[in-house]
Design a protein around this ligand. Structure first.
Ligand code: NAP
Length: 535
């Protein structure tokens, strides 16, 4: 006997929890599952030392949560992993959602049966089978770890960790630690463990521009100010390309004097974060190579201020433009100025292999007690490929054989009544606002299908499916935007570099959160154009 729900949600991170909250509001029977023993998703799995958001605390939460904000204060400018997890748990308790959540339940399969218009979902851990009308895959775009193949890694005598698989405390005290990767996770980890370990070696395929995030305590007065200016704050977020509480201007970088640029950038360095360099007072950092190079020169000067050793400075100075997801972490260069912290830059001394004692480069053997991968995720579609649901014309992996596609980042042709939270071609942005926009849209579509079912009066399920033409139009738009951006000049998870076997035509919506939100609004106001509702 299998149990039946109106909707099943896979994943209980920020995405799954918000979708659960929305669908319960529609009065549906819903169950949300997660393979972890606790909710939190990314914020459960990433308990490495120093895991913190780099979006300011007041907007790293659900916008609809205005009242909760008053009863659930935060202590610092950026939320720690612990505070994020506690916030999510608090949201669940306040809205009485726990009763609809099943943990330690790893999905085994999901398949659609056209004859009955239902999804069948099975779980490994319990062997249970469930039937559902709607299936929401909120499996997370930062979930499936990217683990590069290193020859001989299995011979290494010590433990090998990944920052994205770190659900508990690990003792690194007094150890010789090698960290591979220097994105946000690597930067946060290294700054936070440096004083604990005896030797830290950072293995960098490419060095990154790392900008201080200027974290610090938030006073009761500042929180009060947020409470009384909540709507204005979100208006700013709505107009920002990556949903930040920052004013975004279109001013061209080279239109102001060199002194003025220096003054503005100095102010950001000392008071804001990396995002403000990319999407702040100047609007052409990602479209004008001249502007971007000028900014890189500013960063070079900054690195030189912190790092006096010429060899270390050379290894830490990026050769790429400033186009990757900004890494923003105070204390990064100060950490590398320390004597017991070394850098291996593959550009000068490539990695050869791992062995029992550590890692061997073309320069020397680095003896290590622990190796940590901070190498990111198969972002956007990695976790969906693991789920690999079967739709009306085959599996998702078959559909995506030539690259992951979607309509609006939330649905795929051939998978009726199935939706993604942050699927491929979703905006690169502060994530909770994107989750809310997509979940509100999905709930609107489902409400429309449920109303149509009532109207039809035959009790038959109404199927929602994206239209092929609408999907093609959407992908074309995504490609046009990517083509105009400097982002595509450098490989990263944003352009789909890390997804195994992927030749994705375009991986992310680079048009910005602000335009995505308007686009989604237009679609819903135009009777959900691009979706067919049939039964
Ligand atoms: P990431 O940004 O994708 O960075 C991965 C790092 O691993 C890069 O330095 C990359 O080098 C390196 N790498 C990848 N493959 C490699 C290989 N084969 N050999 C050597 N190095 C390799 O991953 P992440 O830092 O985990 O971040 C993932 C996402 O989570 C990002 O959006 C990030 O901003 C976000 N995040 C946010 C926060 C926060 O809110 N504060 C915290 C952590 C993470 P290359 O540069 O050469 O590709």
């Amino acid at each position: 006997m299998s149990r039946t729900f109106d909707a099943i949600i896979v994943g209980c991170g920020f995405g799954g929890v918000y979708n659960l909250y929305k669908l319960k509001q529609l009065g549906l029977s819903v169950r949300a599952f997660d393979k972890a023993p606790e909710v939190g998703g990314t914020w459960y799995w990433n308990q490495y030392p120093g895991a913190t958001t780099d979006t300011t605390s007041e907007i790293y939460r659900y916008r609809e949560d205005k009242e909760l904000l008053k009863t659930y204060p935060w202590s610092t400018r950026y939320l720690s992993q612990k505070e994020n997890l506690e916030y999510l748990q608090h949201f669940i308790e306040i809205h009485d959602l726990r009763q609809h959540i099943q943990l330690s339940a790893e999905l085994k399969s999901a398949s659609f049966d056209a004859a009955t218009s239902t999804w069948t979902v099975t779980f490994n851990s319990t062997g249970e089978t469930y039937k559902t009308t709607y299936l929401i895959l909120a499996t997370g775009h930062l979930h499936t770890p990217h683990k590069p193949t290193i020859k001989g890694i299995e011979k290494f005598a010590g433990p090998v960790y990944h920052t994205g698989e770190w659900p508990e405390h690990r003792d690194l005290k007094g150890k010789k630690v090698g960290v591979i990767g220097t994105g946000s996770s690597g930067a946060q980890l290294m700054v936070n463990i440096a004083d604990d370990v005896s030797h830290l070696v950072s293995f960098q395929r490419s060095s990154q521009h790392v900008v201080p995030h200027n974290n610090g305590p938030i006073s009761a007065e500042e929180r009060e100010w947020v409470n009384s200016n909540w709507d204005e704050i979100w208006e700013t977020v709505d107009n920002h390309p990556i949903a930040q509480n920052l004013v975004y201007k279109s001013t061209p970088t080279m239109s102001v004097s060199a002194e003025e640029r220096e003054r503005i950038w100095e102010e950001i360095w000392n008071g804001t974060n990396g995002v403000a360099f990319m999407y702040g007072p100047f609007g052409d950092i990602l479209t004008s190579e001249e502007a971007n190079r000028e900014l890189c020169k500013f960063f070079e000067k900054k690195i030189a201020q912190y790092i006096s050793d010429p060899d270390k400075r050379k290894k830490l100075t990026p050769t790429e433009l400033y186009v990757k997801r900004p890494v923003t972490m105070s204390g990064y260069y100060e950490t590398f100025a320390k004597k017991h912290v070394d850098i291996v830059n593959y550009q000068f001394t490539p990695l050869i292999e791992a062995n029992e004692k550590g890692l061997l480069t073309t320069e020397k053997q680095w003896d290590l007690d622990v190796i940590i991968f901070a190498t990111g995720y198969e972002a956007m579609d990695g976790s969906l490929k693991v789920v690999n649901p079967t739709g009306t014309h085959g599996t998702l992996n078959e559909t995506w054989a030539k690259g992951s596609t979607s309509y609006l980042g939330l649905s795929e042709v051939g998978f009726p009544n199935m939706f993604f939270s942050i699927g491929p071609q979703s905006p690169i942005s502060n994530i909770p606002p994107v989750i809310e926009v997509q979940a509100n849209f999905i709930a609107g579509l489902i409400a429309k299908a449920e109303a149509k079912k009532q109207e039809n009066g035959d009790g038959k399920t109404v199927l929602i499916e994206a239209d092929e033409q609408a999907k093609d139009g959407w992908l074309k738009k995504c490609l046009e935007i990517e083509d105009a951006s400097l982002i595509k000049t450098v490989k990263s998870f944003i352009t789909g570099d890390f997804v195994k076997g992927s030749n994705v035509p375009v991986h992310s919506w680079l048009g910005g959160f602000h335009t995505y939100q308007r686009f989604i609004k237009d679609v819903s106001e135009n009777d959900y154009v691009g979706f067919k509702l049939t039964n």
